[in-house]
Design a protein around this ligand. Structure first.
Ligand SMILES: C[S@@+](CC[C@H](N)C(=O)[O-])C[C@H]1O[C@@H](n2cnc3c(N)ncnc32)[C@H](O)[C@@H]1O
Length: 228
């Protein structure tokens, strides 16, 4: 894995590890960042497969392209789209698998993102996601501070029940939780300062303590039902 992809990795799991990606699959990575999961997926789909990384930040797309070249994968069917996840402009039924690693919690309109994932998947396609949810409600003013000073990787996290409702309402079924764990104080601090303290200042100790035990990392798969 090239250093540029490792250094920019801001994930909270390894969705390509549990996405059951097969040789020849078409995989779309939502919020590909510096390209780490695009590269991992490219190795799994092999030369007959195809991988598309989508990210809203042009700087990340540039780094991801650099990482793919440094990984020696420039001859593979890999492309990047600099666009928002609620309008990828990919065709209906394009993908076998959608992956995403610590991104959807950041998106203000999670309904639109899951609806878009559903649209671009083939019937019987699947998504494999690592994400962050709130396992307990937190005070609104604290949530507001998350969204301003804690832009990091926690700011947009929503209660877990609301998250599953979003997934189901988009049309997905068979939610399978692969792993989950409550973030430790150290993990919370790291997530809250993501992508780095120079961009996102650390939270106050009181704020961090107030959310301890209430923020959970979930890794899961869901299916788009087959055509009847
Ligand atoms: C925490 S980083 C994770 C990057 C990558 N998945 C990884 O594991 O390293 C979040 C990424 O999602 C992208 N992102 C956040 N919201 C987005 C949106 N609504 N549409 C497209 N990209 C988005 C950001 O630009 C950033 O690259």
């Amino acid at each position: 894995m090239p250093e540029v992809a490792l250094n920019l990795s801001r994930g909270c799991g390894n969705p390509t590890g549990f996405a059951n990606i097969q040789a020849g699959d078409v995989v779309v990575d939502f919020g590909c960042g510096g390209g780490i999961d695009v590269i991992l997926a490219a190795h799994k789909v092999g030369p007959q497969g195809r991988v598309v990384g989508v990210d809203g930040a042009p700087q990340m797309i540039e780094r991801a392209k650099q990482a793919v070249a440094e990984a020696g994968l420039q001859d593979r069917d890999i492309e990047f789209h600099n666009t928002y996840l609620n309008k990828t402009q990919l065709p209906d039924g394009f993908a076998d698998v959608v992956t995403s690693n610590c991104v959807i919690n950041l998106c203000p309109d999670k309904d639109a993102v899951y609806e878009e994932a559903f649209r671009i998947l083939q019937p019987n396609g699947r998504i494999a996601i690592s994400d962050i949810v709130l396992s307990e409600n937190i005070a609104p003013e604290l949530q507001e501070r998350f969204q301003t000073t804690w832009a990091g990787c926690l700011g947009g996290a929503i209660p877990e029940e609301d998250y599953w409702q979003t997934v189901r309402e988009a049309g997905f079924s068979e939610i399978q939780i692969v792993a989950r764990h409550i973030l430790t104080p150290e993990e919370l601090e790291g997530m809250a300062c993501c992508p780095g303290e120079e961009f996102t200042p650390p939270p106050s100790k009181e704020d961090r303590v107030a959310v301890e035990g209430k923020v959970t990392s979930v890794k899961f798969t869901v299916m788009k039902p087959p055509l009847k």
